[in-house]
Design a binder for this molecule. Structure first.
Ligand SMILES: [Zn+2]
Length: 318
């Protein structure tokens, strides 16, 4: 099984050297540390890790990974952008400029990886969450890693290796590509994560990342940072990467209009006592805001590019 070949012991830093004959734990053959093996996932964190008990409990609830029922892009042979909106993020609005941009970038990324890869190409998803992007890489080896703390927001059933992104249990020079989407704001020490991604990426490998400049607090209390394009450049270049591209998801008009729309319509006056009145105002605002949204979409490109919702980032390890 491929995932054991790239596993690294977090106690002695030796690579791919485990006894996997036991059903409930795996053992490092170098330092003899034992790590839990729960529902076919190695749990590669130390026993004194923050929330270890919660992690074990959540891992026990994971379903066994079964790729037969999984969404698979290459069986469908359709445009990756269409697949992105139809299968991976069906609730996301293509009309929203940030999503339109991200859908386009992901589609280009999938095409780029496919043109240069084969079945041995390893795509490592760091902080994978729902691991939705795995559907694109059924032709390659796709391995997802994350902590699986129980959450209403994420379904972690597609996580292969349970690991702390600040101390990845992945061997040096393993991955051909790393995906790192909407993770960086949630980690206490982004610097450590970037160092680990550099270490685990092969020479000549590439990383794709999505990092927010302006997003409301989410997944509280695990929401620590927002990033300017300059902090992103500093973060990656100081840790060895060559930054190829940092591009905002939209320009400065769309961001306030997007949030005005989202806040009015997604949180319809939660604090109003009269429900009926709240819904009435909500519908009224919907009609009022619609032309504004339409105009903002058209005019956004003429506004400055210093106020996007997300940055799309591409870096190489040369
Ligand atoms: Zn060891």
């Amino acid at each position: 099984m491929k995932k054991f070949n790239i596993l690294r012991c977090i106690n002695c830093d030796s690579d791919g050297n485990f006894d996997i004959s036991n059903d409930s734990y795996i053992k490092c053959l170098n330092c003899f540390s034992e790590f839990r093996y729960i529902n076919q996932r190695p749990l590669m964190v130390k026993n004194d890790f923050y929330g270890f008990g919660n992690l074990v409990e959540s891992a026990r609830k994971l379903k066994l990974r079964d790729s037969s029922g999984q969404k698979n892009y290459w069986d469908q042979s359709i445009d990756p952008k269409k697949f992105f909106f139809k299968e991976l993020f069906p609730k996301c609005n293509k009309f929203d400029l940030q999503w339109e941009f991200l859908g386009r970038k992901v589609s280009l990324m999938v095409q780029e990886i496919y043109n240069k890869s084969n079945e041995n190409t390893l795509v490592l998803d760091v902080g994978a969450g729902d691991a939705r992007y795995g559907a694109f890489f059924s032709k390659n080896t796709y391995i997802s890693t994350d902590l699986v703390f129980s959450s209403e927001r994420h379904n972690f059933d597609n996580i292969d290796i349970i690991s702390d992104v600040e101390k990845l249990s992945i061997a040096n020079d393993s991955a051909d590509y790393i995906l790192n989407f909407a993770l960086m704001e949630h980690v206490p020490h982004p610097d450590l994560v970037v160092k680990e991604m550099f270490r685990t990426l092969k020479n000549g490998g590439k990383i794709f990342s999505i990092i927010p400049l302006t997003r409301p607090e989410h997944m509280q209390p695990f929401d620590f940072y927002r990033f300017t394009q300059f902090s992103i450049r500093k973060l990656f270049s100081e840790n060895g990467f060559t930054v190829e591209l940092i591009k905002g998801s939209n320009n400065a008009l769309w961001t306030p209009v997007h949030y005005l729309y989202m806040i009015c319509l997604s949180y319809p006056f939660e604090n109003f006592k009269n429900r009926f009145f709240a819904i009435l105002i909500n519908r009224f605002l919907f009609i009022l805001l619609f032309p504004l949204v339409f105009i903002a979409r058209k005019l956004d490109k003429y506004f400055p590019d210093n106020f996007p919702i997300y940055y799309w980032v591409e870096c190489e390890k040369k």
